[in-house]
Design a protein around this ligand. Sequence first.
Ligand SMILES: Nc1ncnc2c1ncn2[C@@H]1O[C@H](COP(=O)(O)OP(=O)(O)OP(=O)(O)O)[C@@H](O)[C@H]1O
Ligand SMILES: [Mg+2]
Length: 284
Amino acid sequence: MKVLVIYHNKGGVGKTTTVVNLAAALSKKGKKVLVIDLDSQANTTFAAGLVKFQYDLNDTLKDNYIYQVIASRNDYSISAVTQKSEFTKPPFDVVPSHIDLMEHEQELIQQPQALTRILKKLVDVRSQYDVVLIDTPPSLNLYARIALITADYLLIPSDLRPFANEGLRNVRRFVNDVNEFRDSIRKEPIEILGVIASKLGTTAKFQEYTLPRMIEIVEEHYGFPVLNSKIFERRETSKAIERTTEVGDLIIPDPISILDHAPKSSAAKEFDKLAQEVMQLIQI
Ligand SMILES: Nc1ncnc2c1ncn2[C@@H]1O[C@H](COP(=O)(O)OP(=O)(O)OP(=O)(O)O)[C@@H](O)[C@H]1O
Ligand SMILES: [Mg+2]
């Protein structure tokens, strides 16, 4: 079982979109996939279709999400809080997040053991999954730290624009800091797979002239490898995630992966290609 964290401290660069559609593409290739949502925005949880209630009174997630896994030593195994997502076929598993995760941060910072609880609890499910994908918040907070401590590999979605690039310096510093901690628990440094260019413009001019230069800057100036696969900004990708369905007079979120929504689309092919590249890089 290989654990891959999808992280960038810049917001809105496509982390969540990458996590859920890469999970779908890997699942379609016959891999057993677990997704862990470590972002209190819970966008992955939402995209995975796990927020089924319309009213907060019916919130069934609050007592069974990633917080309980991190906060307790012996209770709340990974399996205890895992749910099946119908975002794609075959389905993958998800450990959900919740907006309340944010307000537990200060309390968890007081418990150094909280840093390694997910890592330890994942041992119990290692024969059930080929790969674990962790979604992270756009920050340098405790949950991002836990994700980077837990993972074997780091994938960095980026739109390659100036602020995202400047953010790569923070990512580098954060990784170095986490590696020092990993060393103290005798865990090898996290392996950086590289930057996955994401939300890219689709005009021919951009692809021909601007994009190669942007990639060069990331590789030469910031020292991160850039993957061969590329994810372009495509309306159907976001539309599929935002899909809804009507049940009686209620409008219910009904998100679906781009690979199920439009299997022959360029967008679906891009995520399929990314899955192939990731499988090769992490050898699953
Ligand atoms: N390839 C894409 N094509 C079209 N829209 C995209 C694509 N990737 C992301 N988006 C859109 O961009 C917005 C941000 O994407 P996403 O939520 O994946 O980013 P994020 O890095 O997870 O954000 P945050 O830092 O807030 O967690 C969303 O509205 C999403 O639908
Ligand atoms: Mg996100």
